[in-house]
Design a protein around this ligand. Structure first.
Ligand code: FAD
Length: 448
């Protein structure tokens, strides 16, 4: 069977390798020609490529299950294991990989290039070709590519197959990012950490995060409401540096005796929570022989680092279903759609509610106890009652669906009803940070 995969991101590459190992001939088409010979990679059209990524252990497990050499390649390339203490006397438990997306994709792409049965082609997929109501291939930069099955792994920005699909649920998550990468200096120790991937500090109005990657490279990030126009000037280098210098958890990492910047400041807008299944506007399978997977199905606010996990969870399931259903692609799409509705969509819904409530609180409102508590507040309440971690822990690790939190929601509600609120770390309030942003920006001639 010949399968055409649209998109050579994590989803497309993983799908191609896994299918080729099951006997498919796979052609993967991406408009991006791949990394330069010196290993650098601009990756136009994938805005998030140089923004921080944390890879959860589900990603590691997906690699170990199908392509262990990719896992080994990542470790050889400098990726570090993120671990947490387990039972006393037991070794630490691995919960993910600390690695730049650049390294992750470069290693995965090399494996796809080396995989017999996979052909990587550079080109723009214009649309899907149909005959008698079924997909028979794609058009790539004006040329025809025949295929028995077309898999759309074109990510959140893919447009080639939109005409077949029903409406997209969700949209902008309301949050914007600014980040920059730094290299730790020889001999410099790590800065403060409160999670295995680095440090997360949350203030009413913004969030400050450090992600540890491979090879002693870290990303420093500030997230804000995208309606907070005053903070938009954070994308200017001097403003960003002044702002991170004022936030203790970030300043400790960016101090000149600890690290130096290695990239420009990277703005990251248009962060989405979206879901779009396998059906058309009439509720039927969009097209026999065309299946959507990865970010083309679901995107979530990256703050919880779930995107590559939900993408590879889908891919693993899809590859099994393609095996089971053989050439009955409509049955395969139906079963995959049902599986995604049950196992992937709840992560989308979780973020939609979490983000809307967070933005509401960032605009000055208190926690609303007349409504269901969002997941971030249920997680925060474990600081008061660590027993709740029995339920919250599996959710946090994405081993239990968001609905599992219902078991501890009443206890969290009790905690907030008593007047407790998550403690705010040392550092500027949103207004103080915005004032700093405005004054540095004005000193530099303003921000447009
Ligand atoms: C700012 C940000 C930070 C993130 N951080 C994390 C994180 O920490 N952890 C995590 O797990 N996830 C994170 N994510 C999510 C993660 O980046 C996505 O889940 C992941 O990129 C999905 O992979 P994909 O292969 O489905 O799509 P993509 O990576 O978008 O790849 C799609 C590919 O399709 C190609 N393409 C599209 N249209 C066409 C066409 N017509 N013709 C040819 N090629 C085409 C594109 O060039 C691209 O290569 C983050 C997302 C953002 C926005």
């Amino acid at each position: 069977m010949h399968t055409a995969v649209v998109g050579a991101g994590p989803t497309g590459l993983y799908t191609a390798i896994a299918l080729a190992r099951r006997g498919h001939e796979v052609t993967v088409i991406d408009r991006d020609p791949g990394p330069d010979q010196n290993g650098s990679w601009k990756r136009r059209g994938v805005m998030q490529f140089h923004h921080p990524h944390a890879f959860r252990q589900q990603v590691g497990e997906a690699l170990l299950a199908e392509m262990p050499e990719v896992w080994d390649g990542l470790i050889t390339a400098g990726a570090e294991l993120a671990t947490v203490p387990d039972q006393p006397g037991q070794p630490e438990r691995v919960i993910g990989l600390r690695c730049r997306r650049l390294i992750f994709e470069r290693v995965l792409r090399s494996a796809a290039e080396a995989q017999p049965g996979v052909t990587l082609r550079t080109g723009h997929v214009d649309d899907v070709r149909t005959e008698q109501g079924r997909g028979v291939g794609i058009r790539v930069s004006g040329h025809q590519v025949d295929a028995d099955l077309v898999i759309d792994a074109s990510g959140r920005a893919g447009k080639a197959t939109q005409a077949f699909r029903g409406p997209l649920e969700g949209g902008d998550c309301g949050i914007a990012y600014v980040s920059r990468q730094y290299q730790l200096l020889p001999g410099a120790e790590h800065g403060p950490m409160n999670v295995p991937f680095g440090i997360v500090t949350s203030y009413p109005g913004y969030q400050a995060v450090v992600f540890i990657h491979d090879n002693r490279i870290v990303s420093i990030l500030i997230a804000r409401a995208n309606t907070d126009r005053q903070m938009a000037a954070l994308r200017s280098q001097d403003v960003f540096e002044a702002a991170i210098g004022a936030i203790p958890s970030l300043a400790a990492w960016s101090a000149p005796d600890r690290s130096q910047p290695i990239t420009p400041v990277l703005p990251g807008g248009r962060l989405h929570n979206t879901y779009q299944g396998q059906r058309n506007a009439a509720g039927q399978i969009a097209l026999d022989g065309l299946i959507f997977v990865g970010d083309a199905v679901c995107t979530t606010n990256p703050v919880a680092g779930r995107g590559v996990t939900t993408s590879l969870m889908q891919t693993q399931r899809l590859v099994q279903l393609i095996d089971d259903h053989r050439r009955d692609f409509t049955s395969c799409s139906l079963e995959f759609d049902h599986w995604c509705e049950t196992n992937i969509k709840p992560w989308f819904s979780d973020h939609v509610y979490w983000d809307a409530e967070l933005i509401r609180r960032w605009s000055g409102h208190d926690i609303d106890l007349t409504r269901p508590l969002p997941s971030d507040l249920i997680m925060a309440a474990t600081a008061v009652d660590p027993e709740m971690l029995n339920v919250v822990g599996p959710y946090l690790a994405m081993l239990a669906l968001p609905a599992s939190l219902a078991a501890v929601e009443p206890r969290a509600r009790e905690i907030y009803a008593s007047g407790w609120r998550p403690p705010v770390p040392d550092g500027p309030t949103r207004d103080e940070l915005a004032e700093l942003v405005t004054s540095v920006s004005a000193r530099n001639g303003g921000f447009r």
